[in-house]
Design a protein around this ligand. Structure first.
Ligand code: HEC
Length: 242
């Protein structure tokens, strides 16, 4: 009985499935190829990019302005979240282009609070994310088109955040100076000071303005482009904590 069960259990059906391996030939089709060529004049599901503004940010080859869908609080929140993930390492949370990677020596990233970028059409931000810009790599593979638009919308909010006046706040809302908030939160006195990219950072484009070097007395304060070498973990045999 056991021998019989063993023989039955040894059927090879699951191993010898009738299937084609990629790039392997077959005699089934006349052209000898197992993979079927794409049918002419067809578009794969979800790849019909009919709304070209949504996918390129361009209208007749020029950067368009405006969001291709209604802006809602949800869109802005999503934009903020994606921006903080993908853009802050270089552009910083406030978008001044002095993120941590730049402080460590990467090319100075764009500052969104210049007059040029404040008046740039929304499609420009989408286009930069989609195709890259100078020293900036493209983010089309990591960030979906709808998220790129959400980020573009959030950049507009960031731009306002750096220049907002109490009059921009809806009536009835509570307005408090940041210094008061900083004090209440027990933040260091230096919290509100601007920060500057160290001289070790390089300018983004060869044509860009060279960075101003810090005054001689200040140079000692600038951090080195190289992080301090890691100390080996203690010999206690513990896995170092991440
Ligand atoms: C790895 C660093 C890095 C990351 C991450 C990054 N950027 Fe940039 N970005 C740069 C650099 C560097 C420049 C300046 C490029 C130049 O001038 O050559 C730049 C420039 C820009 C500009 C200005 C273009 C102009 O017209 O001057 C915009 C807008 C921009 N980035 C948007 C974004 C957005 C949005 C994200 C997140 C999806 C992002 N960047 C992520 C490095 C980065």
């Amino acid at each position: 009985m056991i021998a019989l069960m063993a023989t039955v259990g040894c059927r090879q059906d699951m191993h010898d499935q009738p299937k084609f391996f990629p790039q392997r030939g077959t005699t089934l089709y006349a052209d000898g190829r197992s993979v079927r060529p794409q049918s002419a004049n067809t578009v794969a599901r979800s790849q019909l990019h009919q709304d070209s503004y949504f996918y390129t940010g361009l209208v007749d080859g020029k950067e368009g302005d405006g969001l291709p869908f209604p802006v809602t609080e949800e869109v802005l929140k999503r934009g903020q979240e994606r921006y903080n993930v993908y853009c802050t390492p270089c552009h910083s949370r406030v978008g001044n282009g002095e993120g941590m990677i730049v402080q460590r020596g990467y090319a100075k990233a764009g500052d969104f609070h210049t007059a040029r970028l404040e008046s740039a059409p929304l499609g420009h931000f989408f286009h930069v994310m989609t195709y890259g810009y100078g020293a900036m790599p493209e983010y089309a593979a990591q960030v979906s088109p709808v998220d790129r638009w959400a980020i573009a919308a959030y950049i507009r909010a960031l731009q306002l955040s750096q220049k907002a006046q109490p009059a921009d706040v809806p009536t009835g809302s509570h307005v408090e100076p940041l210094s008061t908030i900083a004090e209440q939160e027990g933040l260091p006195a230096t919290f509100l000071q601007g920060w500057h990219v160290p001289a070790t950072a390089v300018t983004g484009t060869p044509t860009g303005e060279p960075l101003a070097l810090p005054a001689p007395g200040e140079s000692a304060k600038t951090t080195s482009a190289q992080p301090a070498p890691r100390q080996p973990a203690s010999n206690s045999g513990e896995t170092p904590k991440q």
